[in-house]
Structure formats: structure tokens, C-alpha cells
Design a protein around this ligand. Structure first.
Ligand SMILES: Cc1cc2nc3c(=O)[nH]c(=O)nc-3n(C[C@H](O)[C@H](O)[C@H](O)COP(=O)(O)O)c2cc1C
Length: 173
């Protein structure tokens, strides 16, 4: 798939076929994730892949953003720098979000559906995944073969969100 086609064709998939994702497939997605850019190439992302049926079920229980059990989750976490705490270094938020987008675009190319999920209990997820104190879960990506083909939710027009030279000055094609 052409990159632009993938960017436009990817949809959030919330219903999945009951078909597992192979280890090789999951590894390819992780590989896509780790090739994302990151501020100063810090790569503070950590990925926990969840395929155990019991753990998947448990995670869904405290995640209102998850609508059906997928074949796998990739939980994107940040391993905070030892001197973190001032709140000044939030570059990891951008880094982890970009790695997540790499995962969903690579998944799309492989015919795998996905959805970002932010609606979950951080405390519960931290406990279930046995995350150390300096590791925080940021984003869950659900993954599986799609069992639905949703219509694309509309996007704002470019002239509503893009400007030329200064904010408010209309962008015209
Ligand atoms: C940061 C982020 C958090 C999201 N959280 C959820 C979620 O908790 N549950 C869910 O079903 N979808 C979630 N979504 C998916 C959005 O609803 C979806 O991307 C948006 O409606 C556009 O649809 P599309 O992805 O098919 O283009 C999230 C997306 C992003 C980027």
C-alpha cells in the first residue's frame, strides 16, 4: 500500500475476527514502532504485547474505550528518565504517539485492523502488566483482523484548520 493510501484508508476498527495474530506479525508491528523518530533519539517507548485471553479480558474490564476483545493489544508505555518529575520533558508523549501511528499504518498494510484506546484505568493497567514505578502506560492499541468496514468519520476542511503565513489568514489551494 502506498503511504498516502494507508494514511487515508486506515480506520479505527472496533470489531475483530476471532483469529490470532502470529508472533512474526506482531514482531513486524513492533519493528515499525521502534523505527519512529523520537526527540534526541531517546526511544523511551516500551511496548507490552498482550495476547493471553485472560489478561485481554481483564484489561477490557477497566477500559471503557475498548468495545470488543481484539486478537492482541500493544500497550505503549514510557520509561521515564531518572531525572523526570519536573514535568518539563514531555517529548515522550509525541514520541510514543508517533510510534503508535507507525504501528497502525503498518498494521493496515498487513490487512490488520486497529484502534487507539486512551480510555482505560492507568492504575489498573500498571498493576496488571506489572509495570515498574518509572514506567507509565500511555496508549493501548487494539489489533486484529477487521470484522467491520466503518465509513470514514468526516475531517475538517483544510481551510478550517490550515493557514498561510499567519494564523487566521486563509489557506487556499
Ligand atoms: C489519542 C486517541 C485516543 C483514542 N481513544 C479511543 C478510545 O478510547 N476508544 C475508541 O474506540 N477509539 C478511540 N480513538 C479513536 C478515535 O475515535 C478515531 O481515531 C476517530 O474517531 C477518527 O476515526 P478513524 O480513526 O477511523 O479515522 C482514539 C484516537 C486517538 C488518536
Amino acid at each position: 500500500v502506498d503511504v498516502f493510501e494507508a494514511i487515508k484508508g486506515r480506520r479505527s476498527i472496533r470489531q475483530f475476527a476471532d483469529k490470532p495474530l502470529g508472533k512474526e506479525t506482531l514482531e513486524k508491528l513492533l519493528d515499525a514502532a521502534r523505527w519512529a523518530p523520537s526527540a534526541s533519539n531517546q526511544q523511551r517507548w516500551r511496548f507490552v504485547v498482550v495476547t493471553s485471553p485472560t489478561v485481554k479480558e481483564l484489561i477490557k474490564k477497566f477500559s471503557p474505550g475498548i468495545f470488543a476483545i481484539p486478537s492482541a493489544y500493544i500497550v505503549i508505555c514510557v520509561e521515564k528518565a531518572p531525572d523526570a518529575g519536573t514535568g518539563a520533558d514531555v517529548t515522550y508523549l509525541a514520541d510514543c504517539a508517533i510510534s503508535a501511528q507507525n504501528i497502525v499504518l503498518a498494521a493496515y498494510e498487513m490487512g490488520i485492523g486497529s484502534c487507539f484506546v486512551l480510555a482505560f484505568s492507568k492504575t489498573a493497567l500498571t498493576e496488571v502488566l506489572n509495570l515498574p514505578e518509572n514506567v507509565e502506560p500511555l496508549l493501548v492499541v487494539t489489533l486484529g483482523y477487521p470484522a467491520e468496514t466503518p465509513e470514514p468519520p468526516p475531517r475538517l476542511a483544510l481551510n478550517q484548520i490550515a493557514f498561510l503565513d499567519e494564523y487566521g489568514k486563509e489557506w487556499t489551494p
